[in-house]
Design a protein around this ligand. Structure first.
Ligand code: PAF
Length: 297
C-alpha cells in the first residue's frame, strides 16, 4: 500500500510493540505470527474504511482469541466494476486511529503485488448455487475474487478463528465453502449486523451517501422488517412483491429482493416447517449499491 502515513506507522511500530504493529509483507506478517506460537490467533479480514461493524468483529475476536490480526486490503479481484473499485472508500488515517483503540494486535496491509505476485496459482472452488444467485448473479466474478483473497489470507495468517459479519450473508456461505475445502481446522464466527439507530446496516459504502441518501437508506431495514412481519401469513412470492412495492414507493431501486432457506439459500415456493428463512436485498440509492438481510423466523 503506497502511502506515506503507512510508512511512518510501519517504521514506528517496529520499535514500539505497544502501539499497533503493522506488517506490509508476508515475511513481516510471518515474523509477527511466529512470535505468537501457542497463542490463539483471531483474524478479521477487511477492506478498510472501518466502522462499528468491523470494530464489533475485532471485539468478538479479542474475546475468544489471544492475538487479533486485522487485514486491510481492497481486493481488486472481487470488483466486477472498475468504477466501484475506484470509488471504494479509503481512509487509512482514520482506520489506523480506530485500530489502535480497537484491540487489534497486528494490522496486515499488503500491496496488490504482495498479495498476488506473478504466477499466483488460481484457486478453483465450486461454490455451487452461490455463484448464480443474488450477489453471485449480479456481480459476476465477485465471489471468485473473494475465494482467491481468502485462500491467500488464511494461508499466510494461519488463524485459529476467523470473524465475519452476517450483513454479507451470502459471503458468509462462501467463507464456509472455503473453510470446508481448504481449512477445516479454522473456526468460523459469524457476528450480527451492526445498525445505525435508524436501522441502516453499517457499511463502508454508506460514506458515499448524502445525508438525505442515508435517511432514505433507513427504508431498507424498514422494508425488510415489514416483510418479516408478513411471515407466515403470505407466501414468499407475495411478501417479495409487497417488499418491492414498498421500495418503489420510497424511490429505491431494487436490484433483487429474495427470500431464501438460510441453510442453503434455495428459494422456497411455500413455507416448510423446521426450515429457517432469510430475506435478502440489494438496492441502489444515489448510485450506491447497498445490501442487507434479516432472518424472518
Ligand atoms: O467483506 C469484505 O470486506 C471483503 O469481501 C473481504 C472478506 C475482506 C475479502 O476481501
Amino acid at each position: 500500500m503506497p502511502n506515506n502515513l503507512l510508512e511512518l506507522f510501519f517504521a514506528t511500530s517496529k520499535n514500539h510493540p505497544e502501539i499497533l504493529r503493522i506488517a506490509k509483507t508476508i515475511n513481516e506478517l510471518s515474523q509477527f505470527i511466529s512470535e505468537n506460537i501457542g497463542n490463539k490467533i483471531g483474524f478479521v479480514p477487511t477492506m478498510g474504511a472501518l466502522h462499528q461493524g468491523h470494530l464489533s468483529l475485532i471485539k468478538a475476536a479479542g474475546k475468544s482469541t489471544d492475538f487479533v490480526v486485522v487485514s486491510l486490503f481492497v481486493n481488486p479481484l472481487q470488483f466486477n466494476n472498475p468504477e466501484d473499485l475506484e470509488k471504494y472508500p479509503r481512509d487509512l488515517e482514520n482506520d489506523i486511529l480506530l485500530l489502535e483503540k480497537s484491540g487489534c494486535d497486528l494490522l496486515f496491509a499488503p500491496s496488490v503485488e504482495e498479495m498476488y505476485p506473478e504466477n499466483t496459482p488460481k484457486i478453483e472452488l465450486d461454490i455451487k448455487n452461490l455463484d448464480s444467485i443474488m450477489e453471485g448473479k449480479m456481480r459476476k466474478g465477485h465471489f471468485d475474487g473473494v475465494v482467491q483473497v481468502l485462500y491467500r489470507l488464511f494461508s499466510v495468517v494461519k488463524p485459529d478463528e476467523v470473524f465475519f459479519g452476517l450483513k454479507d450473508y451470502q459471503q458468509c456461505m462462501v467463507v464456509k465453502c472455503v473453510l470446508k475445502a481448504y481449512f477445516p481446522e479454522i473456526k468460523l464466527s459469524l457476528e450480527p449486523t451492526v445498525r445505525e439507530t435508524s436501522g441502516l446496516a453499517m457499511s463502508s459504502r454508506n460514506q458515499r451517501l448524502s445525508k438525505e441518501g442515508q435517511e432514505k437508506a433507513a427504508e431498507i431495514f424498514k422494508t425488510l422488517s415489514y416483510c418479516k412481519s408478513l411471515y407466515p401469513l403470505y407466501t414468499p412470492q407475495e411478501i417479495i412483491s409487497r417488499g418491492k412495492e414498498m421500495f418503489k414507493k420510497s424511490n429505491i431501486e431494487t436490484e433483487y429482493l429474495e427470500i431464501a432457506d438460510s441453510d442453503n439459500l434455495n428459494f422456497p415456493v411455500s413455507w416448510e416447517k423446521n426450515k429457517n428463512y432469510i430475506i435478502l436485498a440489494a438496492v441502489y440509492i444515489e448510485s450506491v449499491r447497498l445490501i442487507d438481510n434479516l432472518f424472518i423466523n
